[in-house]
Design a protein around this ligand. Structure first.
Ligand SMILES: [Zn+2]
Length: 316
């Protein structure tokens, strides 16, 4: 056995790629959920374990419970999760691009393993598929979902009870959800869900609610089953937030920029054009336009400084 204690604890701390799966052998759609695509975002893994437990006990208390299709829960970045970091070498949720891929770093190997797990699930079915990627944010104040480009994605996102942010996938190239959505086009709908602040215990509850809402919207379970105390949690938490928004602007940065967000911003805080939001080595960073701020950067790793969104007034 290798005697390096750091390596041993790294391997022992690794979570299996598969958190678990549930089905009753009845035909229906496939829901693939991923937690900890970013290793410091553990709420998704906790929520997926809880959902699997809820599904297991449901037939005990409710003999009429039927589950149509299959639910599968996977870990995104196993290595980063075991180290409690967003990523180890590269952001796993920015490297799902077509073309030749370098396999020299740890996230490239994570991608290869995760892709093989997802593809083997997709190959088992000819039914509709949803890939739901669970995340949390460094800032407080708001949950939201962003869908792929499809009408089905927007429709499903709006059924989760959280604000829907359109066009986010265009500003985040290389996300896992968008990759599988593009690759399997008409068969697979991709959706990312941001459940709140990383360390807020309620983020786990919101994610449970989002996964259950998704299972209901897909028709895997009926509305009267899996009654859950968190059923209304998303609606309550989304009160006063715009139902549908689109992204106007992304402020990206690199390590050389020495970007530092000004303190105190929360998701969906209104900001005015010209407001000072952050500093970098060139001086103040000001809002290029008015709107609502999303995902202000308050963590060590990453390259997204902040986003500015605007509410869309959809015709009723
Ligand atoms: Zn994330």
């Amino acid at each position: 056995m290798n005697g390096d204690p750091a390596l041993i604890s790294y391997i022992e701390g690794m979570q299996d790629r598969y958190i678990g799966a549930y089905e009753q052998g009845l035909p229906g759609p496939l829901l693939i959920c991923i937690g900890a695509m970013h290793g410091n975002e553990t709420a998704g893994v906790k929520a997926l374990k809880m959902v699997l437990k809820m599904l297991e006990v449901e037939p005990v208390t409710n003999p009429d419970f039927r589950f149509h299709g299959r639910f599968i829960a996977l870990v995104g970045n196993r290595g980063a999760l075991s180290m409690g970091r967003r990523f180890l070498d590269r952001d796993l949720n920015r490297i799902w691009l077509d073309g030749p891929q370098s396999l020299t770093d740890r996230e490239a190997r994570e991608r290869m393993e995760l892709e093989s797990a997802v593809e083997s699930e997709i190959a088992r079915t000819d039914r509709p598929i949803v890939l739901l990627d669970l995340h949390t944010t460094t800032a407080d104040g708001g949950i939201f979902t962003f869908p792929d480009h499809s009408a089905a994605g927007i429709k499903l996102g709006s059924k989760l009870g959280a604000p829907v942010i359109l066009e986010m996938v265009d500003l985040l190239p290389g996300t896992c959800m968008e990759y599988f959505s593009r690759k399997h086009d008409t068969r697979l709908t991709g959706l990312a869900f941001e459940g709140g602040q990383h360390n807020d215990p309620a983020s786990v509850n919101r994610m449970i609610a989002a996964v259950v809402s998704c299972l209901r919207a897909m028709g895997c379970v009926s509305a009267r089953h899996i009654a859950h105390e968190h059923d209304r949690i998303l609606e309550q938490y989304s009160l006063g937030l715009p139902a549908v928004s689109r992204v106007l602007y992304r402020h990206g940065f690199t390590a050389r920029d020495e970007f530092l967000m000004n303190p105190g911003f929360a998701n969906f805080d209104p900001i005015r054009e010209g407001a000072m939001l952050a500093h970098d080595r060139s001086g103040p960073v000001c809002a290029p336009r008015s709107g609502l701020i999303l995902m202000p950067h308050y963590q060590q790793q990453g390259s997204d400084g902040f986003f500015i969104i605007e509410e869309m007034n959809l015709v009723q």
